[in-house]
Ligand binder design. Structure first.
Ligand SMILES: C[S@@+](CC[C@H](N)C(=O)[O-])C[C@H]1O[C@@H](n2cnc3c(N)ncnc32)[C@H](O)[C@@H]1O
Length: 199
């Protein structure tokens, strides 16, 4: 199953996704973003890939930052616009944006990419970042890949990595890992904070 088919599930399932996704950022994730954002000035250029309902962008904006929202699913871009937010169509596999960013974030997005697609995404994110720019992303730890109809009642592709595996991939792709680790309460969820290096 490829990423396009997963995106089709999001295109068709906007209502279900919005209904099943808590609108408020959980405490643990809120604290996480608060700590991560301390590295950045409030006028930093921030791009979110896979914004979906806008929960993360909303939270980061509540901290005084501004976030360029994007998603590869038209349905989510239109949904953001219906809420009065600016949003653009950006596919992490072929990032076409007009500026370079200090920070790119992708929460629960790369888990929908195959290993090869993920390398492609890292290369694109790297190009999108300014010198010393940072990519922060979350994913679910585990092994292998699967197609699941959980939550959306339609198929989505999921890929899992361990923290070590992920850190090796990121380091081989022109990034330095500044931080990585598990969320304490969010079962199996991991994050990586990676800084673009010169190669
Ligand atoms: C599990 S949802 C996470 C949404 C949101 N970031 C959150 O944490 O609530 C995955 C998101 O990734 C987006 N997505 C999937 N493949 C993508 C791609 N190739 N490029 C950009 N976004 C993608 C989906 O449209 C969806 O919004």
């Amino acid at each position: 199953m490829n990423n396009k088919e997963t995106l089709q599930t999001y295109e068709n399932g906007l209502d279900a996704y919005v209904e099943l996704t808590p609108s408020e950022m959980g405490n643990e994730f809120g604290l996480f973003w608060e700590n991560q954002l301390k590295r950045f000035d409030s006028d930093s250029n921030i791009l979110e890939i896979g914004t979906a309902t806008g929960r993360t962008a909303d939270y980061i904006e509540s901290l005084g930052y501004s976030v360029d929202r994007s998603d590869a699913a038209h349905a989510f871009v239109d949904y953001q616009k219906s809420l009065g937010k600016d949003a653009q169509l950006v596919d992490i596999l072929d990032i076409q944006v007009e500026k370079q960013y200090d920070l790119v974030i992708a929460e629960a997005v790369v888990l929908h990419l195959t290993d090869d697609n993920f390398l492609q995404a890292l290369s694109g994110v790297r190009e999108t970042l300014m010198k010393d720019g940072v990519f922060i992303f979350t994913f679910k730890s585990g092994e292998g890949e699967e197609v699941s109809t959980h939550k959306m009642n339609a198929p989505r592709y999921f890929n899992y990595w361990s923290e070590n595996e992920m850190n090796d991939i990121v380091k081989r792709s022109g990034f330095k890992v500044l931080e990585s680790g598990f969320f304490e309460k969010a079962h199996k969820w991991l994050y990586v904070t990676a800084q673009k290096t010169q190669i």
